[in-house]
Design a protein around this ligand. Structure first.
Ligand SMILES: [Zn+2]
Length: 203
């Protein structure tokens, strides 16, 4: 395969550079995608560009649960049929998707947008912890389900939240141990995740 030097054209090299910044896209893949787009019909390239821009313009964070949404509040927070006595705490919006996909959980969510990590300098102030505590003050939640990842950061975050929430008199549970250590929720399969929710234990 011919390797084109990335510097042979300003526009192409800019595109390669931008694609290379995406997760999982190395320099080779970035180059392949850039030359694919160059050959693709203009309409296809335009649709891709528009989809990227509109996702940034239209998608906001729900002011209640901080999940990504086009409507405020999001469809889960607005849904009257959801169980408002349960609140599931997750790290990322993708985790909400994974849990929703199992259909094993019908409560509400709170998305932290990260996990506490002293090694990476992520403190409780950097994630949506203050917002969670504010939310709990004026809610009817009786159970908090800590569904952070089962890696070091996720476990640290779960313990931190447990210590913070317990004095409020709310029951705190953690996903069952069916999830192997190091699991990122978004990659867990439906069956494992459903079992983890159903088998959750008080922390
Ligand atoms: Zn919401």
């Amino acid at each position: 395969m011919t390797q084109y030097p990335a510097s042979n054209d300003g526009a192409i090299s800019k595109l390669v550079q931008e694609l290379n910044r995406l997760p999982g896209i190395g320099p080779k893949s970035a180059q392949r995608l850039a030359y694919y787009l160059l050959r693709a019909p203009e309409e296809q390239a335009r649709q891709l560009a528009e989809a990227i821009v509109s996702v940034k313009q239209q998608i906001k964070l729900c002011p209640v649960c901080f999940n990504v949404t086009e409507a405020e509040p999001c469809s889960i927070c607005r849904n009257e049929e959801r169980d408002r006595s349960r609140l599931c705490i997750v790290e990322q919006p993708q985790d909400v998707l994974a849990l929703e996909h199992t259909r094993a959980y019908r409560g509400l969510y709170h998305v932290l947008h990260g996990a506490i990590s002293p090694t990476e300098g992520v403190t409780p102030d950097d994630i949506k912890v203050r917002e969670l505590i504010e939310r709990l003050k004026s809610s009817t939640v009786s159970e908090i389900i800590l569904a952070t990842n089962t890696n070091l950061e996720g476990e640290q975050t779960a313990l931190f939240l447990k210590q913070l929430i317990s004095p409020l008199g709310i029951k705190v549970t953690r996903l069952a141990r069916g999830l192997p250590f190091g699991t990122e929720l978004e990659y867990a399969d439906d069956v494992t995740l459903s079992r983890a929710i159903e088998g959750r234990q008080e922390l």
